[in-house]
Design a protein. Structure first.
Length: 560
């Protein structure tokens, strides 16, 4: 056996994974396959070819590695690999739109986590593995718990800090002061590069204002593109030259946006210093970041300043915490005057709305409320399942119980999430009224789903944005809840700009009652839907020319 170990080590160093797999599976007796060998077998299968068949086989090897010698270092490595490989399979199924996922794997992992919780809490890589589980299991409280433990172990972990701040936005007990304090802490973690390695930054005397956008989300089906396209199609090219810096794998959508700009550059494969110098060489006057802590963020670039004026907009609706982020674009409905000190940036308050949707290239048709033919009310929400907090489920459950024969349509992203969410509704004595629509690959089909909905229900404290714009474009009213900061007031701003203040609940009880009241009066509901259909495109939500005028005037004002 010792001789075989030497042979296997030599083969591994020479990357001969197929030979290792053959030896372990065919030349070593089952009773002699210890945790180390089983773990090695699984790793070699993944290194040899990480297709789904190999993943499934490797998962079984890693499970055996853990169970064979519980508590030993090799078994713990097997457990970590078992968790990560299982989540890789989950991600493949999700990407491929598979309807089935073995939800028992989640339960198995949670049992193993419970058996080894003390060990996990002291190990960064094990916590990251479990964070993947909790994130996909819609257990954000435990995901946040893991992130906090990671930060305690590695206080300089920028990615963990970004995720920690972001995930806390989905739960109810973080006030704006906590956002600011944690964002300022994140600011301190970001690296500052030596001046002598960077191209000199100065205020330029360009003939036109060089305006740049930075995003990792200029790609197909991403919500940011619908708002970015608004300003790129409605600006004065005699006053502005537009630059676009992408940080994502490009596709046909990226190509479309390239045609709207003077220059584009993909910085995904550039390190920080290379990216900073490339952008500084373009002599940008104003740079607008569309990510902040979200997506494949590049906060380190902004920390070292890419332009004399830096602005946060659109992609993340809260403070970045960066000393070098000069402005945050909002509107009067999102940030009150007595709250500006709770945001690290100076606030640009656009006169009407902070965002404007480009709309859709299809004919709008007025549809009667589905309830008129159905004889029952259909509620709907196509928001990301992470936004459907326990508080939201409790509120929606009460609404469903008080509106006779009502139904709720949710947009299903994967089968595991459906099971998890169904169980949460079941605990609130609601189940048969919930319908999960499969994820629509065709966007036309996605929009047509709104024709089945009488009333759209907004999530809280993290409101829907793109989904609310979509619902209103399709003529569906959205009931939302009054918030306490930028990201929890997006629904307010949307409804106020549609003159639908009566669809804003002042508290959770009022949110429930307003929804029930609207659902109980079909004449009133049809009246509201008519108002939305007739006025939506003229409203600030979709008036691209008016919005762009306000947007670019605000930029010229701060530039001058």
């Amino acid at each position: 056996m010792k001789e075989k170990t030497v042979i296997l080590k030599d083969l591994f160093e020479n990357k001969k994974y197929s030979e290792i797999i053959f030896i372990i599976e065919n030349k070593i007796n089952e009773e002699k396959k210890n945790s180390g060998l089983l773990n090695l077998l699984g790793v070699c299968k993944l290194l040899n070819s990480q297709n789904k068949e190999n993943l499934l086989s490797a998962v079984n090897n890693f499970r055996q590695a853990y169970l064979k010698e519980k508590g030993t270092p090799n078994s713990m490595h097997g457990l970590k690999n078992f968790i990560n490989a299982s989540m890789d399979i989950f991600d493949i199924d999700f990407k491929e739109g598979k309807e089935k996922f073995d939800n028992e794997v989640f339960e198995e992992i949670l049992i193993y986590f419970s058996e080894n919780k003390i060990f996990f809490e002291k190990n960064h890589s094990f916590l990251r593995a479990m964070m993947r589980v909790f994130k996909r299991n819609l257990d954000l409280k435990n995901a946040i718990y893991c992130l906090k433990k990671i930060i305690d172990i590695d206080q300089n972990n920028i990615d963990a800090m970004c995720s920690y701040i972001y995930f806390n936005g989905f739960i109810k007990d973080w006030d704006q002061k906590k956002y600011l304090d944690n964002a300022k802490h994140l600011n301190k973690l970001l690296p500052i590069y030596p001046i002598d390695k960077l191209v000199k930054l100065e205020k330029y005397n360009n003939k036109k204002i060089n305006l740049a956008f930075l995003s990792a989300d200029v790609r197909a089906k991403h919500s940011v593109t619908y708002f970015l396209e608004t300003v790129l199609k409605e600006y004065s090219n005699s006053e502005f030259d537009i630059y676009l810096y992408t940080n994502n794998k490009e596709d046909s959508t990226t190509e479309k946006f390239k045609k709207l700009c003077k220059k584009t550059l993909n910085i995904k494969n550039l390190n920080d210093v290379e990216a900073i110098n490339a952008i500084r060489n373009d002599k940008i006057d104003i740079l607008i970041d569309l990510m902040a802590i979200t997506s494949d963020q590049r906060l380190a670039l902004l920390k070292n300043r890419l332009a004399p004026i830096q602005i946060s907009w659109c992609g993340y609706c809260n403070t970045s915490g960066l000393d070098q982020m000069d402005y945050l674009i909002a509107d009067k409905n999102l940030i009150n005057k007595n709250e500006v000190e709770l945001y690290s940036e100076k606030i640009i308050l656009l006169p009407k709305i902070w965002n404007c949707h480009i709309g859709f290239n299809r004919e709008r048709k007025k549809n009667l409320s589905p309830a008129i033919n159905n004889k029952y009310i259909t509620f709907g929400s196509f928001n990301n399942f992470r936004k459907i907090s326990d508080d939201v489920i409790m509120a929606w459950s009460e609404i469903l119980k008080k509106v006779p024969n009502s139904k709720l349509i949710l947009k299903a992203s994967d089968s595991a999430s459906i099971i998890i969410l169904s169980n949460k509704f079941k605990k609130n004595n609601v189940l048969n009224q919930i319908y999960f629509q499969p994820h629509k690959k065709n966007f036309e089909d996605h929009l047509n789903e709104y024709n089945k909905i009488d009333i759209s229900l907004d999530t809280f404290p993290y409101n829907g944005v793109t989904t609310s714009f979509e619902a209103i474009w399709m003529g569906v009213p959205v009931v939302t809840l009054k918030g306490f900061n930028f990201n929890s007031r997006c629904g307010e701003s949307i409804n106020k700009n549609m003159n639908l203040e009566h669809l804003i609940g002042q508290n959770k009880h009022d949110y429930i009652n307003k929804t029930i009241s609207l659902a109980a009066d079909l004449n009133k509901l049809e009246e509201v839907r008519n108002i939305i259909f007739n006025n939506a495109l003229k409203s600030p939500l979709f008036n691209t020319k008016e919005f762009s005028n306000d947007f670019f005037n605000s930029l010229k004002k701060i530039y001058n």
